[in-house]
Design a protein. Structure first.
Length: 74
């Protein structure tokens, strides 16, 4: 099911979308749907990785920078 909505794009982004649509023989709507779906798929994959690593020890940026400084690497 498709739902119509209005989205505002920067002029240059819209031009890129239109050029890509012509190049790939797809509609701008189809390209935008694919890009959004890809972004959500990537987020989903990231969340799965975070879940598998949730038991790993964490370290603050400040602590890590102090370690690097102590080791003469910073």
């Amino acid at each position: 099911m498709s739902v119509r909505t209005t989205v505002s794009f920067d002029e240059d982004m819209l031009k890129l979308l239109k050029l890509k649509a012509v190049e790939t023989s797809k509609s701008v709507s189809s390209l935008v749907n694919e890009l959004v779906a890809d972004a959500f798929r990537e987020d989903h994959e990231d969340l799965k990785v975070f879940e598998t690593r949730k038991e790993e020890e964490t370290i603050s940026l400040e602590s890590f920078m102090k370690e690097l400084e102590a080791d003469g690497k910073l």
